[in-house]
Design a protein. Sequence first.
Length: 264
Amino acid sequence: MSGYIETAFAKLNLALHVRGKRDDGYHTIETIFAFCEDGDVLSGEAGDALSLDVSGPFAGDVPSGEDNLVVRSARALRPDAAVRLRLVKNLPVASGNGGGSADAAAALRLLTKLWDIPASRAAEVAPLLGADVPACLLSQSCRGEGAGDRVEPIELGLSGTAVLLVNPRIPLSTGAVFARWDEVDHGPLGDWREGRNDLEPAAIALVPAIAEVLAWLKQRPGADFVRMSGSGATCFALFADEAARDAAASEVAQSWWHLATRLR
């Protein structure tokens, strides 16, 4: 086979507890990751040099050149990488859905197959590219600790659950949100449904529209769990069934981005 295709599955944080700040600038967190069936799409095939073509609704927001995480992933695996890559950017950037981390993980999965590199090499490289990349490399429900880069697969029994993602179309810097964290340890993460997202107050302070999205989702019939993902600004609701999800999706404000999908 000359080429491969990988989905960069949208990431959700069902709960995210910030436990403290580390000396390396990262924060110690406890989180539960889940992944959606949909996301960005990356394809690749052998080439004479490393190239990346980006298309899709959010292509204009993606960094180009050596700063792109897909390019960095390829260089990390093989400094003299020669491959033609194409990324369809379906998810908004700086949105709490994994974004560049999911794209980087998709690149690692694709290139280890294309170049016949052991998958263990991708696992070694992943944490060097970003704290969320190890979880995105798995792209299955897992618990994250440390900076979020120490991950352990868990069974949540949520596969196939209908979910609606909504974003107010306002990019939000992860660094800016963590910088506004109240520096209070509100306790460990146990059951994710009884957990929280400790970054939500900081994110709302920077982007008040997040509060509007959360309130709107909580009012949708059939929505039985609503939360902000990661550092925002994307929020999501788990629904009792796809009919209730689709009804909510049909009512999303035109100024907001949304994705109706299911959990993997």
